[in-house]
Design a protein around this ligand. Sequence first.
Ligand SMILES: Cc1cc2nc3c(=O)[nH]c(=O)nc-3n(C[C@H](O)[C@H](O)[C@H](O)COP(=O)(O)OP(=O)(O)OC[C@H]3O[C@@H](n4cnc5c(N)ncnc54)[C@H](O)[C@@H]3O)c2cc1C
Length: 487
Amino acid sequence: MNLAGKNLGFLLGTLTRVRHLPKRAAAYSGDVFGRRERRGAERTTPLRRTFAAGSPTCPKMCSLGKFDVAVIGGGLVGTATALEILESCPNLSCVLVEKESCLGTHQSSYNPGIIHTALLCTPNTMQAALCCQGLKLAYSYIKCKGIKHCMIGELIVAKNESEVARLECLYERALANGVEGIQMLGCKEMKRIEPNVTGCKAVYSPCTGIVDWGEVTAALGKDFQMKNGKVRTDFNVVGFDVCPDSRHDTPETNMHPATIYSDDNRMISAGFVLCCTGLFADRVSWLSGGQFDPYIVPIRSQYYKLNPKKCHLVNSIIHPVPDMSCPFQRPKIMKRLDGSVWVGPVSNIAMKREGYKLTDWTLQDIEEPFRYSGFRRFLTKNSKSIQDEALKCVSSDRLIAELMDYFPLFCSKDLKKIETGVCAVPIDCQGDVVGEVVMDNGTGAARQRILHCRTIPDPGATNGLALAKLLADIVITEVNKPFDPNN
Ligand SMILES: Cc1cc2nc3c(=O)[nH]c(=O)nc-3n(C[C@H](O)[C@H](O)[C@H](O)COP(=O)(O)OP(=O)(O)OC[C@H]3O[C@@H](n4cnc5c(N)ncnc54)[C@H](O)[C@@H]3O)c2cc1C
């Protein structure tokens, strides 16, 4: 798994935003959690405080050990990165820390499992590079592990002449990104692949595939443990400490200067901490003084299962030409590994991060975003699509009407609500979706020892293995640097 690291490494400096913030001496002082105080010009915003307020202040801590590297977040990205670290540097000790009782519990399992090609990525971006590399790595890993998958193909349909120009743009993008086997199809050829589709032209990507990303995450976790990696589940990280003053300035503490605290009084010491915490990437980074932006907006995606009697009508993944300016995906029709067909998503802003039911909510997740101008701008810019999605949520007739444009054989009785997922959509202060990798070091002494992966460009799971190589390269470089507690 060492190939992509070299290819992607050079992109890191140019295309990602790695935030090395200006040094702020002793930005944090005191010890952990609530007792931590920020000094100086950069004060904890009320929003950050909201999260810190949930942290305990407990003097008795049970240590779970010391490791060279701790990766927080046992989703696909964290798990793949932890494995990549040990594959590149078997001598390092590494622990993977997860708040749930098993790996891959959230975004990495609650998704339709598409292995995307770089069809929709803007050429010459980090996103396109990650997707091309990620796709190759994903296929090679799942083939090697014997994980069930299928290269099922994807058909993007222009329903009328007005959509053809956008479709052609997409085709040009795909060519520029070197998407394998990409074809522009006329009506007849399109019907050879999907006889029941209506439209005037289509782009076909034969290499788009389908897999269970949760199963991939579990396999990566198993490989990580086989390489002596340790997994600590049920460890909800609520605080960091990076020995900030000379009291701790001994060679021993400086080997493992970073301490991670759980909400049940356990701690882990590490030489370097990497956080890949998905829907909580922003809040976890605020714990070590991370920037406020990008803020995570949780978007809940509802999927539907097609009447089994109609599943034979679909062979691949079919969808209309996407509107690239809209943060919500247009609904796809997706053949699954088990022969069933899913339709969706219909999206709404979730009232709870990791809240899978429409009615799940927390006060913090409802009121916190409204205090942020980026979120308010996001709402204003996308009010029409938010409204459209809400209406589709209420009645599947609206969804069916949208599908009818290119697939006229379904009616609302054919669809049954099934899975939902909640996706971390990062937005900036302008209210725009951030499509690049953003990393954040936090402030104070933490800057040397903690790195937060704040955003993962779409398609996140496909990009995951490529991003893991990039992150592992950074961690391996950083962990060997001497720690200066006074810096
Ligand atoms: C509905 C939906 C559809 C999608 N469709 C596709 C698709 O078809 N193809 C594709 O390639 N990608 C798709 N994606 C994107 C992809 O699933 C995600 O980008 C990817 O899984 C992200 O992985 P992750 O490891 O960053 O996040 P996650 O899988 O969410 O993992 C983050 C982990 O961090 C843990 N964590 C959080 N906070 C803490 C804490 N304080 N302490 C300890 N642990 C913590 C969480 O419990 C979680 O296990 C989809 C996503 C969604 C939600």
